[in-house]
Ligand binder design. Structure first.
Ligand code: DX5
Ligand code: ZN
Length: 222
């Protein structure tokens, strides 16, 4: 059974009290920090980048989970200087050279992850299963926080878990990203996800405080 893990989406953080926020994440055993990198081309938005990653690494030992929503990521992995233990995800739709991009991540001893938009079939993974440690299934179309779950992606999580297990890749993790609310997280967990990108729908939900939100998300995913 793969470990259930939380990766708060740092584009959703309130930067007032940022040091305190990182301390809360360390104290509550948060496994990764999800960094959304958008280039205005692959998705119509700009968000975080290389400097942000460097500064965050200087502030905490929690490994980064860098989600590259950028075109031709294979030429840009070096810019991020990935570290051992970090996840870096590249979108299958953003490159003609998915294997090259994943291999560029592995070169740093970082953990390669293949990201798929909601409409992208699992078969794009057929010949890169040895090159990845995880699959990132987008459960909304990427680009913006605060969107609604695309319901058919729940079935895709089930299909993906089965697809990996049937081929002997039970150790490959499944990360879900987009509207991972408490309610949706439970369904995603039941479908076979094990890493949850937590944005405005859960960890940063403003109906309760962050530690309470983390406890609740853990409850929903065990
Ligand atoms: C995009 C982001 C968003 C977002 C997730 O890749 O990772 O999906 O921050 O948080 P929600 O959807 O809960 O606002
Ligand atoms: Zn993301």
């Amino acid at each position: 059974m793969l470990k259930q893990q939380i990766s708060p989406s740092m584009m959703c953080a309130d930067y007032r009290g940022f040091t305190e926020l990182l301390k809360t994440f360390e104290d509550t055993g948060i496994e990764y920090l999800h960094i959304d990198v958008m280039d205005g081309v692959f998705v119509k938005n700009y968000t975080l980048g290389t400097d942000f990653c460097e500064r965050l690494r200087a502030m905490t030992d929690i490994p980064l989970d860098i989600h590259l929503m950028i075109t031709e990521p294979e030429w840009k992995i070096d810019w991020f200087r990935p570290r051992a233990g970090e996840y870096v995800s590249v979108h299958a739709e953003a490159t003609n050279h998915l294997q090259r991009a994943l291999a560029a991540i592995r070169k740093y001893d970082a953990k390669p992850m293949a990201a798929l938009n909601p409409s992208t079939p699992l078969s794009v993974l057929d010949y890169v299963l040895d090159d990845i440690d995880a699959v990132l299934l987008m459960t909304v179309n990427p680009g913006f926080a605060g969107q609604k779950l695309i319901p058919q992606t729940l079935k895709k999580i089930t299909d993906c878990r089965r697809y990996l297990d049937e081929r002997g890749y039970s150790k490959i993790e499944i990360e879900v990203d987009g509207n991972v609310s408490f309610e949706n997280a439970k369904k995603m967990y039941e479908a076979g996800a094990n890493i949850y990108v937590a944005g405005t729908s859960s960890v940063f939900w403003n109906g309760a405080d962050i530690p309470a939100n983390i406890v609740k998300l853990r409850e929903m995913t065990k």
